[in-house]
Design a protein around this ligand. Sequence first.
Ligand SMILES: *[C@@H]1O[C@H](CO)[C@@H](O)[C@H](O)[C@H]1NC(C)=O
Ligand SMILES: *[C@@H]1O[C@H](CO)[C@@H](O)[C@H](O)[C@H]1NC(C)=O
Ligand SMILES: *[C@@H]1O[C@H](CO)[C@@H](O)[C@H](O)[C@H]1NC(C)=O
Ligand SMILES: *[C@@H]1O[C@H](CO)[C@@H](O)[C@H](O)[C@H]1NC(C)=O
Ligand SMILES: *[C@@H]1O[C@H](CO)[C@@H](O)[C@H](O)[C@H]1NC(C)=O
Ligand SMILES: *[C@@H]1O[C@H](CO)[C@@H](O)[C@H](O)[C@H]1NC(C)=O
Ligand SMILES: *[C@@H]1O[C@H](CO)[C@@H](O)[C@H](O)[C@H]1NC(C)=O
Length: 502
Amino acid sequence: MPVPFLRMCTTRCKRLWTLAAMVITAFLVLYAVMSLGGNDERDDKQMGVVMTRSEGDLTHIKPQEILEKVKEVVETDVEGTQNMNIKEDEGELNDKLFENTDEGGNGAEEQDDERTQEIFGCDACGEFVEDVDIPFEMTTRRIIGEQTRIGGYGLGDEPQAIGMNQTFKILTPEEKELRRQERENKTLARAAEKELREALRIETRNNKEIARVEERKRLEALTNITHSQKKRKLRLENSCGKSVYLKYQNLLYKDTLRHLFVVDSQKLLFCYIPKVGCSNWKRILMVLAGKRKMIDGITSREAHSRNGLTHFGSLSKADQFYRLKNYRKVMFVREPFTRIISAYKNKYKDLNVFRLAPEYLKQVARRIMRKYRPGATPRDLITGENITWAEFTDYLVDPAERPQFDEHWKESYKLCSPCKIKYDFIGKLENIEKEANYVLQNSNFTLNLTYPSSTNSHPTNSASLNISNFFDSFSKEKVQALWDMYRIDYALFDYEKPSFVP
Ligand SMILES: *[C@@H]1O[C@H](CO)[C@@H](O)[C@H](O)[C@H]1NC(C)=O
Ligand SMILES: *[C@@H]1O[C@H](CO)[C@@H](O)[C@H](O)[C@H]1NC(C)=O
Ligand SMILES: *[C@@H]1O[C@H](CO)[C@@H](O)[C@H](O)[C@H]1NC(C)=O
Ligand SMILES: *[C@@H]1O[C@H](CO)[C@@H](O)[C@H](O)[C@H]1NC(C)=O
Ligand SMILES: *[C@@H]1O[C@H](CO)[C@@H](O)[C@H](O)[C@H]1NC(C)=O
Ligand SMILES: *[C@@H]1O[C@H](CO)[C@@H](O)[C@H](O)[C@H]1NC(C)=O
Ligand SMILES: *[C@@H]1O[C@H](CO)[C@@H](O)[C@H](O)[C@H]1NC(C)=O
């Protein structure tokens, strides 16, 4: 086998074989030198120094003694270094041969660290300070530390040269504590940073989720509003069509001329119905028309009697026609019975308001006293104060009174003529904030306004009011008569017939 192999071997191959043989020889020589190199003696010396160190602090040893030890060690080290010089070439070879034994080298280092640890405690492990200007006392320690390191280093306890400046820094207890604190602080800082990152991640995710939900809600609300608008308009069209009277009447109701406001700059016609958030709407129209800068601060008196808004009736027929055709037409309605309850409470029940009320409302009250309160005192008749809900509704159902009805309880359809004017938007007070803001944001207005939030307006709304209580004591005939009065409003504006109506 070897013979044919060698014969086959090329010149290059032979050279390789020779090199391998040399390397093996060199290794054997190295090993022999190491075993015979008087290591025992030196180890002892090193041990001596180490023992000295481990036995206690140097302060107990006389300075002279230390110097001697140091001298010994340094001399030995010089010897060792010389030995190392001889073997330097082989060292290179070693490196090549054991290229893959890095792990082993590290193992030795670890082992060495362990030993160092035994002697100096963990703070000395792997802590090196290069080129430090160390005072004499520290120098002594430095050399001792270094020797300890040599003791356990390299292949098979073979000493290796370590630069004199590469030394342990032996830490004082204060320094140890400081390092410990630094490590602890670093750990804490890392943990805090991680926590913060995680918190930020979660917050970002939550914010995105919130934004998504809000966007979905917004779109749903918009869809709800457009959907309900379609439903309301369809209902209105059907109901108008059912009444010949409403269908074929060609003119607008007279009240509409006064209730329809014109805002040319915004191409808007707005029909207001009293007790349907109309104070706020008048304020908004004033701002939209450029009469005022802000909604806030416009008093109710200003909004109602000095708003400076243009009435539809003040325009020529041609102008009216043009605007009906080209402008956006908006009106808001309210559950009819709730509306008259609100009107009564606001105009007659609250005495302070009544006493400041306009003369025409006082006159109505006096007439109610005269007609519907049998035992009225002269004072009742003069003041018209304290008319009751029953008396007020007796007046409402009196057919003779209907033609002169005040706008606060006049039927809504007579104020806004919804069967003649094709309104683009029919809002409801029951959902006024959402629907009013929908109008304000989706009508191409040049101003971005928001409907004043409900906390600023009257608290009387149908949700907080069980209106059946207001009709409990009435006769069936009276409830029926009231229903008959407002049933067209109920039908046109898609409100449900109250359960207490027969
Ligand atoms: C050790 O330190 C001295 C003085 O700081 C410097 O002169 C010398 O070059 C250093 N030796 C090594 C091997 O870095
Ligand atoms: C560690 O943190 C504490 C508290 O913040 C601080 O007082 C101390 O100085 C810090 N120590 C170090 C070494 O940074
Ligand atoms: C939309 O309408 C539905 C049913 O009428 C209702 O449940 C939902 O709460 C409404 N959504 C919004 C955002 O108003
Ligand atoms: C109306 O009622 C108030 C309080 O209940 C009372 O002070 C006032 O005198 C009454 N007015 C009349 C005309 O009776
Ligand atoms: C608003 O303006 C846009 C673009 O000019 C138009 O498409 C849209 O119909 C307008 N909306 C209303 C409610 O007038
Ligand atoms: C209008 O104002 C509301 C609230 O003040 C705001 O959410 C909205 O983004 C504004 N819209 C525009 C187009 O400026
Ligand atoms: C309203 O009040 C009447 C009588 O007091 C009661 O029967 C009815 O259940 C109430 N309705 C509501 C929605 O609270």
